[in-house]
Design a protein around this ligand. Structure first.
Ligand SMILES: [Zn+2]
Length: 321
């Protein structure tokens, strides 16, 4: 017995009675079409976007379009970084960058998605003897991670002075012409899949912002190192300053604690070099002085400084159609 029309209406959740001109059939067709789309064209494939506050499933048909840094293992000695810009960005992802690592076998690893922001750029810091009067704004730096910076003082001309603890004195970070982009790094990463491990934690620092390219290079170096014990002692703050460091302005440098022996630390220096850090500084004492860094300095006997990623090495690829 054929199904009565009114029952069909209820089953299909459409208005009854159906229109005489085949409204029911139309509705049924639409319903079938929708079902087909879900069942056939787009089977149970899902992509999951991790990071930030977003952790939801999207059907493949609504695949997220987000500016993405692709970081490639590439070769033994040289990495590769590409910034892919989609023509249209998915709503809610305008202020986000995604980071994807491509391992030796060419497998993709979705490492994280973080927020970016545009700030007034900072020149390299300068050591100064005090904080002059006449500032127009003052604010406190976060300290929960054990960092040394305490207060920022902003002046009419845009310069920022910083005071802090640890016997480092004061710093001035002059305003730079133009704006720069920085990302809020994850407080830690602990990605492990197959043969790939990408891990870091912070140690004694609240400087958790850096340039988007610096973050890509750092992730590349971490992928190369394939360890779970890398500790960073910081990049820059959200205002682009980096007390007590003078050369982490705009988050263009990353500090890490030394590993326990020469061979492991040598691998770390080479991993940063592989991902285009051009100013790596290590210490002058013990085995530090033999590391293949660009420079050796006495004030780097407790950490490795990987500075100034070569942005020209990051290829931007824009989707045009
Ligand atoms: Zn440094």
């Amino acid at each position: 017995m054929p199904e009565p029309e009114n029952e069909k209406c209820i089953r299909l959740k459409i208005d009854c009675p159906p229109k005489k001109d085949g409204g029911l059939k139309e509705a049924e067709d639409r319903q079938r079409e929708k079902q087909d789309m879900m069942n056939r064209k787009y089977p149970k494939q899902k992509i999951i976007i991790k990071g930030g506050k977003i952790k939801k499933e999207h059907n493949i048909k609504d695949k997220i379009k987000c500016v993405t840094y692709h970081i490639y293992w590439n070769s033994e000695t040289e990495g590769k970084i590409e910034k892919h810009i989609p023509k249209q960005i998915t709503e809610g992802f305008e202020n986000k960058y995604q980071y994807i690592y491509h391992d030796k076998e060419g497998k993709e690893h979705e490492i994280c998605t973080v927020n970016w922001m545009e700030i007034i750029g900072r020149e390299k810091g300068v050591r100064v003897s005090g904080v002059p009067k006449g500032y127009i704004k003052t604010y406190k730096y976060p300290t929960s991670g054990g960092g040394d910076a305490r207060n920022g003082y902003e002046y009419e001309n845009g310069d920022i002075y910083v005071d802090g603890v640890g016997g480092y004195g004061n710093r001035k970070y002059p305003k730079q012409n133009g704006k720069v982009k920085i990302v809020r790094m994850k407080d830690s990463l602990s990605y492990a899949k197959g043969d790939v491990k990408i891990y870091y934690t912070f140690h004694g620092s609240d400087r958790r912002y850096c340039s988007p390219e610096c973050y890509a290079g750092f992730i590349g170096a971490l992928g190369e190192l394939n360890r779970t014990d890398i500790q960073s002692t910081g990049m820059c703050f959200g205002d682009g300053t980096s007390y007590p460091s003078v050369s982490h302005n705009n988050g263009r440098s990353v500090d890490t604690r030394y590993l326990s022996n020469f061979n492991d630390e040598k691998k770390k220096v080479l991993a940063f070099k592989k991902f285009f850090f051009t100013d790596i500084i290590t210490g002058t004492g013990g085995w530090y002085k033999n590391l293949p860094s660009h420079k050796h300095m006495g004030d780097h006997n407790d950490h490795l400084h990987a500075g100034v990623i070569d942005n020209k090495k990051v290829k931007t690829i824009e989707e045009v159609k």
